[in-house]
Design a protein. Sequence first.
Length: 717
Amino acid sequence: MKNEKALDQASMPRSSRRRMPRRDFFKILGSGVIVFFLPRCTGDGSPVAVPLERDLTKDYNAFLLVGEDGTVSCYSGKIEMGQGIITSLVQMMADELNVPMEKIKLVLGDTDLCPWDGGTWGSMTTRHFGPSMRAALAEARGVLLQLASEKLKVPANQLTVTDGVISDPANPDKSVTYAELTKGKKIERYLDTKPSVEDYTKFSFVGKSYHRLDAKQKVTGEAKYSGDMKLPGMVFARIVRPPSHGAKLTTVDISDAEKVAGVQIVRDGDLVAALHENRDRAEEAVSRIKAEYSYNELPVNDKTVFEYMLKADSYENVETSTGDIEAGKQLCDKTFDTEIHDPYLAHAPIEPHTALAQFEGGKMTVWASTQTPYPLQDEIAAVLALPLEKVRVIVPFVGGGFGGKSANNQAVEAARLAKLSGKPVMVAFTRDEEFFYDNFHPAGVIRIKSGIDKSGLIKLWDYHAYYCGTRGTEILYDVPNLKLTDHGDKENSPSVHPFATGPWRAPNNNTNTFARETQIDIMAAAAGIDPLEFRLKNLKDEKMIEVLKKVADMFGYKPGKGKGGRGVGLAIGTDVGALVAQMAEVEVDRKTGKVKVLRIVCAQDMGLCVNPLGATMQMEGCMTMGLGYTLTEELAYEGGNIITRGYDSYEIPRFSWLPKIETFIFERMNEPPQGGGEPAIITVGAVVGNAIFNATGARMYRMPFTPARVLDAIKKV
């Protein structure tokens, strides 16, 4: 019955289980002016602020605390994993509350202190949470002005705020600080009339470049990650792992493992672990456990996967259909059939999945390397049959996620073992385990039939995506007859993927942008039109045209075929609301097939850019990571057995082969912010592939562009 109750609770609507008891909230946070705020949506889907008292059926998205010392704290369920929100959110807060950045404190990813959040993914922190947070901050400022008006006996609309000091410009002696207004008080207020957020023309911090506020902590080693946490009596867990995702534990013999001094062997169903205060002794013990398995493997590997997918019994869902495909064929002077292959990719973060769990006083506390603290809280509560208020997840700094730390096996394992053993338990994946249990970027096949008329206008676009998702499949170009069909696993049917797959930085947009922009280049070449001119000829979106022209101007682009094994490629794309265009120059060794990227230039329109320096870092990181999936990264496997399990066989980008990278961000201060952590990665594969074609005449249809594949393509020219 307890398990059923916990599972029922975990499946309840969030609104019925996310209200912290008010007395507990004040007990934790102490005194100060607290403005509660709930997400609502306007008719166009944009968020607006709603005070807690006015609608208790909604989850509040953020709450703010103005402390007695004038420090302003913001509590958010978001987490910092290297993307830089620890700086950009502070910039927005400083402008909305008119306080110095050094007076602001962020508390992130703590389920006991922060409001519910679905997770940090999709570049949504700045573009979705940001506007909502600003609305809450504007209300907080309004509450403080109201309090100051009452204290100073001056109309609120006559008061101004500078560096957290509210004053009357007509009488400078009349002033009061935020700290003085909140000292020793617990005040809950909301405003009937919502104040507007700060006008962009008055920004002092937003739009300016700031170095990362966590930079010193990270370069000096002060920053704490889950694996740095220590508790009295803590033990390390080493867990019996299956040899394949298709393996099921049948028998286990722990007799020899129990001979290791000080070890505790714990078993709960298929979870078998050795616990010891010394990690090496735990490793020794688990190596002595004899386990046997039964196997149910899918008949597929990294060499047969694409044929396997095309033969699978998939569903077909027409996502978009405009015009008439058959009529479009009749309008074409030339048609083109292309098949693109994209492999499985690992996230390969520098910090592996890690978690420390402690069960004390009937409450489970877990420090976890995760992008999704609240979904993890739900999962632990359900698995352990605990009420939600008895599970706390705390997220320290996260050392890279890229979508891969949305799954939380290590944290659930740590929680189970802590409850079973009665000790604080650390579960830290080895690099082998990190690769084995990754939820990989899905492999996929793209089939495209397209066509152009005699003038080089695209008249036909019939696009089929197999098992790799449809993010980034927008055609972008002006095409009268188009159809987009998604092919995937049928409901209640076994997955075509032999192991877990999931989001991988700009999920699936990398695949689809590579396919689309390769096909565009194929048509341009067949039409005898320069690739830049061909794109401009078929584009109507003025912003995309502006971004494309900007990157061509930055690059100093001149039409023509590559010379001496050097070539130039270009590609455009859109992701998380941002527009991106890239050009690259590559050098191809015709004897070895090795590709060296010499230069990449990228222009990005991301709306309001809060921190240009931080956004530039994200763009550079995207292009660097993109070079990995373009040139070297792919997963080798046989059925459910992952063969690639470390950096020795999975090569991520190295400093020694990075190109010169140049970036440009459009200034759009009066527009809503868009995503910045993912767009610049989506075009890398296409821009390099198109440059290889320009240099050699060889067209690349399979990622990554290994020397062997490049040589094979050159031989077919």
